[in-house]
Write a protein that binds this ligand. Structure first.
Ligand code: ZN
Ligand code: ZN
Length: 313
């Protein structure tokens, strides 16, 4: 068994830039001008200290790239390339790929080679087209850990493998299929890991960190969306309750997800779920694109859904 890997990509804590603390005025100024200049300086300092440019974390989320799905998404690689170029024109701290990366190992490698052109560091999250019930070791041999924690400035990202929280091999199943024994053991191991980092995360939150989770499959429908009641679209009990308990213990208030290929933001279980759009194809309509999440030290998250202009599935 490969243990979950913890990565610390940058030192904790945010960094702020302040204007020079003192400026020397030379020569003669009238009292009126000095008062005006002082007022302007105070205004500038006030604006800078209330919103320093570096006191936010910007995460771009690419989802459901489905490289090699020639039936649904013949332009998947072209669209992923376009997303990479658009993200490179922005200032982002990290990029997260939230699952359904490709339809097989050679497709994963093609996705990785396109994503290698990103200027920002890229982190992978497995989807149900990448990890099925028994093959998680194949994913790990290509991408490394399928669940792990890493830090971007003051944001702690907790990556969850949602395919260890349900059996998604049969799209048509009308009740949640059970997990094989092997996958049940993997599931328990991941949930144990999540619970084992609670103390560490609590102290990080005490030091000003914001925990955010990322996984492929959302835990619940967005009140009627997708308009299909099959268990394929969400995480079902008992795994849903087990995961929600761990997320609450970790202090998570935001989870980034994919799987629906639709831009959605909704509340469920005292957590805000932010579903990033797909770059590849649209089972439920909508627009191809990616998401950009701007996270403040308070934990507030602002999500922008960015369309890929003229992209077709
Ligand atoms: Zn997908
Ligand atoms: Zn999926």
């Amino acid at each position: 068994m490969r243990p979950a890997v913890e990565q610390y990509l940058s030192s904790p804590g945010s960094h702020t830039v302040h204007p020079p603390k003192s400026r020397q005025f030379r020569g003669e100024y009238s009292g009126k001008f000095a008062r005006l200049a002082g007022l302007l300086l105070a205004l500038v300092a006030g604006v800078c200290s209330s919103k320093p440019a570096l006191a936010q974390v910007v995460i771009a989320q690419i989802s459901d790239t489905h490289i090699c799905d020639s039936t649904h998404a013949p332009h998947a690689a072209t669209n992923l390339n376009a997303a990479v170029q658009m993200i490179n024109r922005r200032v982002v701290d990290a990029v997260i790929v939230s699952g359904d990366i490709g339809e097989g190992q050679s497709c994963w490698l093609q996705a990785k080679s396109i994503l290698a052109n990103l200027k920002a560091p890229v982190h992978y999250v497995p989807g149900n087209h990448d990890v099925h019930t028994l093959d998680v070791s194949t994913y790990r041999s290509v991408f490394g850990a399928d669940y792990y924690r890493f830090t971007v400035k003051f944001v702690d990202i907790i990556v969850v493998d949602s395919q260890l929280l349900g059996n998604y091999t049969n799209y048509s199943a009308t009740s949640p299929p059970p997990l094989p024994t092997y996958t049940q053991a993997q599931s328990a191991q991941m949930l144990n890991w999540m619970n084992s980092i609670v103390t560490q995360e609590k102290s990080a939150i005490g030091a000003g960190h914001v925990p955010i989770a990322v996984q492929h499959i959302p835990v619940a429908r967005d009140y009627g969306f997708p308009p299909d009641t099959k268990p394929y679209w969400i995480i079902s009990d008992p795994y849903r309750t087990r995961e929600m308990n761990a997320l609450h213990a970790l202090g998570v208030k935001t989870v980034l997800v994919g799987h629906w290929h639709s831009a959605k933001i909704f509340e469920w279980g005292e957590i805000t779920w932010r579903d990033g759009p797909s770059t590849s194809w649209l089972p439920w309509g909508g627009t191809l694109g990616f998401a950009v999440h701007t996270i403040s030290p308070s934990g507030a998250v602002d999500t922008e859904f960015v369309d890929l202009p003229n992209a077709v599935p």
